[in-house]
Ligand binder design. Structure first.
Ligand SMILES: C[S@@+](CC[C@H](N)C(=O)[O-])C[C@H]1O[C@@H](n2cnc3c(N)ncnc32)[C@H](O)[C@@H]1O
Length: 243
C-alpha cells in the first residue's frame, strides 16, 4: 500500500500541527525535494498523489450536503439498527475519509474509526479539527476515536462493539469508483485490502457492509437483510440480534 512519505506546512502557524502528526505517525516534516505522496497542513490540508490532490473539508466539500441532511440517512440508520435513545458502539473498520463515521457520530453513535493509511488518518483528523465551533459538531467530535492500523487487529475485541461497519474499496466485479474522491483514493492506495471475510468469520453481533447497489455477494454468505438506496445498499449480518 502506498502512503505519505512526508508532511509539510504552508504557514508557520501550522508547524505545531505538522510536528504533532510527525511525532504521532513517524513521518518526517520536509519543505524541499518533496515527492508525492505527501501531505500539506494548511487552511485546507491536502494529500498530494499522482499529480492530483485530495481535501477533506467536512463543512465545505460536497460532503457538507450529507451532513446537513444526516437525519435523512434512513438506510444507514436501519442498517445499524438505530434507536434514538441508544448510543451504539460502532467499529468502522475501513475508515477512508471518515465520512460514514462522521454521519454515524452525528446520529449519536460512539464510533471507533480504524484506517490503515496514515495520509487518510491525518486527513480525517484535519477535517474534524477544522469543523466550525458548533454544538452539534462538537458533540459528534467527542464521539469519534481515530486509530491507524489494520482493523483485523481488533477482531479479538469484536464483542465490545454493537456494530462493525465495513466499506471496502471495491466490492463489485466492475471496479466502478463511486465518486471522484474514491477514484483518487483508489489510485493513491494501489491495493484492494478487504477484511470482510475475517470479520464475518468471528462471533460478531452485527456487521454492516456498504456496497454498490448491484454488487454480487461474491464468496460471502447472503446477508440477514439488505437495505437498498438509489446507488448503494447496506448488507446486514446479525447473530441473534433483533433487526
Ligand atoms: C471506500 S474507503 C472507505 C470510505 C469511508 N466509508 C468513508 O465514508 O469515507 C475504504 C478504506 O478502507 C481502508 N481499508 C481497507 N482495508 C482496511 C483494513 N483492513 N484496515 C483498515 N483500513 C482498511 C482503505 O485504506 C480505504 O481508505
Amino acid at each position: 500500500m502506498s502512503d505519505i512519505k512526508a508532511i509539510t506546512f504552508n504557514k508557520n502557524s501550522f508547524s505545531s500541527r505538522a510536528i504533532y502528526y510527525t511525532n504521532k505517525y513517524k513521518i518526517p516534516v520536509k519543505h524541499e525535494k518533496l515527492k508525492e505522496p505527501y501531505l500539506e497542513i494548511a487552511e485546507e490540508s491536502k494529500l498530494y498523489a499522482n499529480k492530483d490532490f485530495l481535501t477533506n473539508l467536512y463543512h465545505k466539500d460536497q460532503f457538507s450536503r450529507r451532513i446537513a441532511n444526516y437525519q435523512r440517512e434512513k438506510h444507514l440508520k436501519k442498517a445499524i439498527g438505530f434507536k434514538s435513545s441508544i448510543s451504539k458502539r460502532i467499529l468502522d473498520g475501513t475508515g477512508g475519509m471518515g465520512h460514514d463515521a462522521f454521519i454515524l457520530a452525528l446520529l449519536g453513535q460512539e464510533v471507533t474509526i480504524v484506517e490503515k493509511n496514515i495520509g487518510l488518518c491525518i486527513l480525517i483528523e484535519e477535517a474534524i479539527n477544522n469543523l466550525p465551533n458548533m454544538s452539534y459538531f462538537n458533540l459528534a467530535k467527542d464521539k469519534i476515536t481515530i486509530l491507524n492500523g489494520d482493523s483485523r487487529e481488533y477482531l479479538d475485541q469484536i464483542q465490545d462493539f454493537d456494530v462493525i461497519y465495513l466499506d471496502p474499496m471495491f466490492n463489485s466485479t466492475k471496479n466502478v469508483a463511486r465518486t471522484k474522491n474514491l477514484s483518487f483514493i483508489d489510485e493513491y492506495l494501489r491495493d484492494y485490502d478487504n477484511p470482510l471475510d475475517d470479520f464475518l468469520s468471528t462471533d460478531y453481533k452485527r456487521i454492516v457492509i456498504k456496497k454498490e447497489l448491484k454488487a454480487p455477494y461474491g464468496n460471502l454468505t447472503e446477508p440477514t437483510v439488505s437495505f437498498k438506496g438509489a446507488s448503494i445498499r447496506f448488507d446486514v449480518y446479525t447473530k441473534g440480534e433483533k433487526l
